[in-house]
Design a protein around this ligand. Structure first.
Ligand code: ADP
Length: 432
């Protein structure tokens, strides 16, 4: 700041500075006493008093320099040094303002005792803009320091969270691998036992139970591995031309027995010819639709209907067209408040007791990994998934719709992970 002037008073900067210098012994000691005796953080640290006095004397010198020239670089530097040093020692903006106000009072007192009223006003007119400037600077420095501190804390928290996430993913990975190996052995021995005991019917039933338990464990372990791949962004796709209809047909065929057991009808409508041969990872896509249709079976009471429909959207992005596959059911539906969370891993809505019963019985849930994996696979294909439902009602059964939108790649895409944004809730028209 330069050329600080106060209206209506002729300010004689050198004269005011000279007076301040002369009054140093009158102003500074009571100021230091007031500051050091006050209830500031420094009180609990008697060892820092000496340094405190030196800092205050330096600050006073810089006030004299600023008064003399009307310029503030020395004052700014002294304030900066004081704030940097003292903030780390627990001072707040209020403490700094207290220090400034005490100096003002000490100067005011000395002026009253040694100057005429006019001279007092002249000296104070020279000092007032400097005080205003100092307060503004203090406030700015303190708020910037607080901001920096917050930023540092945020960074530390981010680092901790990332570390926690890595630890968790590593744990899942290791646990899954360690579980997989002995399970494969158990599966092998069970199969051998099955052929050895071919003639003994009651033992065959026991063996079937054993085999189904092993299968469930294997699925669970594979799901844990998939989730950790998706979490770490390392899910790789093997893209080959395939028919989306055939993949879904295969998923439906594999789930057919479960649907028949529960008297559920699964209807697949005709698929647009544009998706007869598209570049997708067939195995992963099979996983997507086995999960979605499997869920539809799980959450639809006996006798209900499940539908799978597809349409080409008239949205083009780059060279890609998009296909939307909708899996509908006449099941219990999903509450609006749960809809945004069902794709999060380990998110389950129903009572947890039901989760241990079966993977396919009505409402017999899994560990809440299925939809997280489905979302990861769809997004790795550059697609998008969301669910719609009027709400959850086990009597009325309002049903749920799961929408999967995928880019139609007729040639091998360079980067399959392009993101498709903002499709939710848009009116989409079928292609003619
Ligand atoms: P889970 O293994 O528990 O089925 P998912 O990730 O597949 O886990 O699904 C998460 C939750 O979303 C389920 O617990 C269920 O409450 C709800 N959900 C999924 N699909 C449907 C559906 N078709 N109808 C009703 N609720 C569903």
């Amino acid at each position: 700041m330069s050329g600080i002037e106060a209206a209506h008073v002729l300010i004689d900067h050198p004269k005011a500075a000279k007076w301040l210098k002369e009054q140093e012994r009158v102003i500074v000691p009571p100021w230091i006493r007031a500051v050091q005796g006050a209830d500031l953080p420094m009180r609990s640290r008697p060892g820092s008093r000496q340094m405190e006095s030196a800092q205050l004397i330096e600050l006073f010198d810089s006030v004299i320099a600023a008064t003399e020239t009307g310029d503030t670089p020395k004052l700014d530097a002294a304030i900066q040094a004081l704030v940097t040093d003292r903030l780390g020692k627990g001072y707040s903006l209020g403490d700094f303002l207290f220090v400034a106000n005490q100096l003002k009072s000490a100067i005011w007192k000395a002026a009253q005792e040694s100057l005429s009223s006019r001279e007092t006003i002249e000296v104070l007119a020279a000092l007032e803009p400097l005080f205003a400037h100092s307060v503004a600077r203090l406030a700015w420095l303190a708020s910037r320091a607080a901001e920096n501190q917050l930023e540092e804390e945020l960074e530390r928290t981010r680092f901790m969270l990332a570390k926690l996430d890595r630890v968790k993913s590593d744990f899942i990975n290791i646990a899954a691998h360690e579980l997989k190996t002995p399970l494969t052995l158990v599966q092998g021995y069970t199969a051998i036992l099955g052929s050895e005991l071919a003639g003994q019917r009651h033992l065959r039933t026991i063996l079937r139970g054993l085999a189904s338990g092993i299968k469930r464990l294997q699925t669970l372990i594979q799901d844990m591995l998939d989730v950790s791949l998706i979490d770490s962004n390392v899910l790789t796709l093997s893209l080959q031309p395939a028919s989306l209809y055939e993949i879904i047909r295969l998923a439906v065929d594999d789930l057919e027995q479960e649907a028949v057991d529960r008297q559920l009808i699964i209807q697949i409508s005709q698929f647009p010819r544009e998706v007869n041969s598209v570049y997708i990872d067939s195995q992963r896509m099979y996983q997507v639709f086995t999960n979605l249709i499997g869920n539809a079976i799980k959450y639809t009471p006996d006798g209900g209907t499940i539908g799978v429909h597809a349409r080409v959207l008239n949205i083009v992005e780059g060279d890609s067209q998009f296909v939307e596959v909708i899996v509908t059911d006449t099941g219990i539906g999903i509450e609006a408040e749960d809809l945004p969370h069902i794709f999060n891993k380990f998110y389950r809505i129903g009572e947890t007791e039901l989760h241990s019963t079966s993977k396919t019985q009505f409402k017999g849930g899994g560990p809440g990994l299925g939809l997280a994996i489905v979302k990861g696979i769809v997004e790795a294909h550059g697609g998008r998934i969301w669910a719609e439902s009027p709400g959850c009602d086990e009597v009325q059964c309002p049903g749920s719709n799961f929408h999967v939108v995928l880019p139609i790649h007729v040639e091998l895409p360079e980067s399959p992970s392009q993101r498709l944004l903002g499709l939710e809730g848009e009116t989409m028209k079928e292609s003619p």
